[in-house]
Design a protein. Structure first.
Length: 237
């Protein structure tokens, strides 16, 4: 890639990252779309997956549009991993995109993809042990497996000889680790700390973390959703 082209992409990445960080993903996507044909550029592809996921998950009410975005996010994430298997971000967004796309396909597909999702998060941690989000994602994976309804567990036993298993204690370890790596990095991590402590019967700890999450001042849709859930849980404790 020519130096001028590299400089241009770096400038685009800086703009896109700033818009994403400030909750303006819909404004960022048109900046990156013209480069979507760069299948061999992991930096382009995982950013596309990130924006498509965020827009579909937090800015889109039409579920048909969201489903299409989930397909596009998954394709971009696959390209990112193919382009750079050592990219923490590629594996992280591959796991996120696969988990999200599975939501549209029903319980069986979600269970079938569970181990693949987890393995991408594990690879993300391996590639960059200093990224708190990857620990958080592992925690969410463990939490959701731990709370899996009975019928889904029975379905998992049909799909796998050894179905996915985890515990709230294991989930808590990942959320705590994420907070140790970078305190206060994500409202959702505070929310899940509160939820996990609640599941473990530790009401005082649950209230502490839920209060933190509920009191954040942010207009980012990702944060707002976590803040609302935290406030709703607090009211019931």
């Amino acid at each position: 890639m020519a130096s001028a082209d590299q400089d241009q992409l770096k400038a685009i990445f800086a703009q896109v990252d700033e818009l994403f960080a400030t909750g303006k993903s819909p404004e960022a996507l048109p900046l990156l779309k013209p480069y979507s044909s760069r299948s061999d550029n992991a930096e382009v592809q995982w950013r596309l997956a990130r924006l498509q996921y965020t827009i579909g998950k937090f800015f889109t009410k039409d579920q048909d549009v969201a489903k299409q975005l989930s397909v596009e996010a998954l394709e971009a994430a696959k390209k990112a991993v193919a382009a750079d298997e050592r990219s923490c971000f590629a594996h992280k967004w591959m796991g996120i995109a696969l988990s999200w796309s599975s939501d549209f396909e029903g319980s069986k597909m979600k269970i079938e993809n569970a181990y693949i999702v987890r393995d991408h998060f594990l690879k993300a941690v391996e590639c960059n042990p200093n990224d708190p989000t990857s620990y958080h994602l592992l925690g969410v994976w463990c939490y959701k497996v731990a709370e899996m309804p009975w019928l889904q567990r029975k379905l998992a036993e049909v799909v796998f000889t050894a179905p996915p298993s985890s515990s709230y204690d294991e989930a808590l370890g990942h959320f705590v680790k994420a907070e140790q790596v970078q305190p206060g990095f994500y409202v959702s991590n505070w929310l899940y700390l509160g939820k996990t402590y609640s599941q473990l019967g530790k009401k005082t700890d649950a209230k502490e973390w839920l209060s933190k999450a509920a009191s954040v001042k942010s207009e980012d849709p990702k944060d707002v959703e976590a803040m609302r859930e935290a406030a709703a849980m607090l009211a019931k404790l």
